[in-house]
Design a protein around this ligand. Sequence first.
Ligand code: NAP
Length: 815
Amino acid sequence: MGVLEIFKSLDYGPAPESSLAANAWLDDHERKFGLFINNEWVRPKGVEYYPSFNPANGELLAETTQAGQPEVDLAVTAARRAFEIWSKTPGSVRARYLYAIARNIQKHHRLLAVLESMDNGKPIRESRDIDVPLLARHFYYHAGWSQLMETELHDYQPVGVVGQIIPWNFPLLMLAWKIAPAIAMGNTVLLKPASYTRLTALLFAEIVAEAGLPPGVINVITGSSKAGTMIVTHPDVDKIAFTGSTDVGRTLRRQTAGSGKKLSLELGGKSPFIVFDDADLDGAVEGVVDAIWFNQGQVCCAGSRLLVQENIAGRFLQKLERRMETMRVGDPLDKCIDMGAIVDRTQWETVDMWVKRGAEEGGEVFQPSIDLPDKGLFYPPTLIKNLDPAAETVQEEIFGPVLVSLNFRTPAEAIALANNTRYGLAASLWSENINLALDVASKLKAGSVWVNCTNLFDAASGFGGYRESGFGREGGREGLFEYLRPAWQPRPRPDYAPADAKADKDSWGAHIPARPTLPDANKANGRELPRVDRTPKMYIGGKQVRPDEQYTRPIFSVKGKLIGQVGDGNRKDIRNAVEAAHAAHTAKPGWAMRHGYNRSQILFFIAENLQARSDEFAERIRLSTGCSAALARSEVELAIERLFLYAAWADKYGGSVQETTLHGVTVGVNEPLGVVGIACPDEFPLLAFVSLMAPAIARGNTVVMIPSEKHPLSATDFYQVLDTSDVPPGVVNIVTGDRDYLTKTLIQHEDVDAVWYFGPARGSYYVEHESAANMKRTWVSYGIRRDWTSAEQGAGHEFLHEATQVKNIWVPTGE
Ligand code: NAP
């Protein structure tokens, strides 16, 4: 037999990983598990048990407890008690514990990997070489942050007791992303794994206890979505960290609305994988394999939409199909297979349903003629071509080994197609042209962008989404803030919940246009001429425009004297303002694309012009609010100082190089959110207005400002300052009127990316509740006043953090 013949006939022999240790661990527990609370197994009487099966062969692995309310209460109490001590334990001591956990994970590496593959169906090659090493890496990395917390994050404090809910696709990795930063920052946790995969979380809990972590710091409770709801709605839980589907994320956003609980949501995706005609095509084919068939495609950031430049599409797809013919699907514990089993029968059926839907939508389905095991939940790698970009199969997350492909002609078309999704989790792009690649990377709306690589993760780089892929980051310095609260701020506990949800919702922000009031001085009394009316207009797109309905609202001083009138804005005024704010992004150069230097010059110029008119502004504040002349003057001075502060930050908060394990460069870019709607409080009408507007525009956002409802005249005077300060049209838009009515329009607007609301608890509740429709990022005050004059409460990192979202761009280097 010649060498060629040998190569052609070579086949893989079986290379099974032993499951002896994993089975022994299951046997030691008699294959029946309680809940892990306070470092002990708790076996409540009378609870139900729920079976866990190996998806590769259908065998029963074990049974776990279905937690109910008493068990959730028990775990919350344990976490609360532990929090009192753990949060006061020095960071350097907590670092030792995290280090001990990381070491103990490494000692149990193989056991964890095998059990993960048995429980989830993923290839041992992945659980052994990716999931478990990253699990350890997260605890090492965050041991470091624990050590550094007191010096590097001294303006922050831990949040408290954290409820963490994770999905089934990366049971160990998701657990690491959540638990490591939480406990490093001094929080305590109760974690609920997904119902399909909960065994490794229980093994992990034992490993942690064995490492000596104090009781109650990490608690693991198993149970269904009902137990999830109990965690989410528990009054003594201070934060919810959730990873899962966008629909469940929406429910959680509504359930936690107005409660003062912090929330981070890591949700679904439909990420593009873009291949330009100058790409290394063979490399890109391997990239596709990693992008969509890693973990059977059950990956939130899977490159599930292949976009190929038209002139190479035929050749590329041919290569890809040829590669698909060589893929090996089979026993997850075999070290030589590419794809294991789908996690559960229901998920298998969903995947199959989508493939059939793709065919019905006119797609051409390709599946290789490879062997699948007779038994178990295996699904072949699948490619669907020739679909319409609007097809459901192209738009919806399938969460299985199914790739859809589309063609594009130009880079601009590739970007438009890539961003044509409600999600924004990740993107991968392939080109040998560095200029093109980095330009496209900057224009993609996604939290992670991989250049000539895909599915790279590391603890030193944050992961998380734009748009309906959620908000918050896990990993990196940016991820720590999900588990921190400013040091001055106690947990808000607003006392607001609507009694009759429907009636209350309808009445919030309901609007009756204000009746115009004619000032006495305007009335001619026979001797004087009527005064020339000066009613400030709206400020939209750089122009002063009359309100859509022409109505005005009277503005009174604190003593009840009429001191002016402002426009009474309505839905159309908000719509026009949002359009103008959008146009300011697309204008060339858009506001976000200008240099920070240019934005800082404009902020300095605003400060200069405000200074020139400071007496007039101080007098207006004195008249409106009734404060002393000295206080009014210091409010103007502080507003000028804030403008200087954010002029300074305009070119100093761009991001950083992340020290990941990649041989190459990972850059964390602090990108703007887009169009931000900002409802200002009534106190300090000029200072609060400037303190909110300045960080937002400094970081490249464009804004629709709703000034103080009671004292809007400082903001309407501010137009003239903006007009003379080279602020491009549309960057700052100001709509005066009824705060809640205008905010309601902003929060319902699909093209507003974030809403900041500094108003009553009721409004805060609705802003958070209604934001769930398209997962806008929100920042609300829950009716709690802050001291806008203090540098701690009225300025600083919290504001910059709220004004930005981190995109991580990964570029490997070397041969
Ligand atoms: P899922 O159905 O949303 O469930 C996720 C978790 O939430 C599970 O523990 C689930 O419990 C629990 N849950 C379900 N309904 C709940 C409710 N009403 N209240 C509280 N908890 C509830 O998602 P999945 O099917 O497990 O996971 C797949 C999804 O996760 C995909 O959309 C994927 O994109 C996303 N994902 C995102 C990321 C990311 O980082 N962005 C990472 C991985 C996965 P049960 O299992 O008991 O129902």
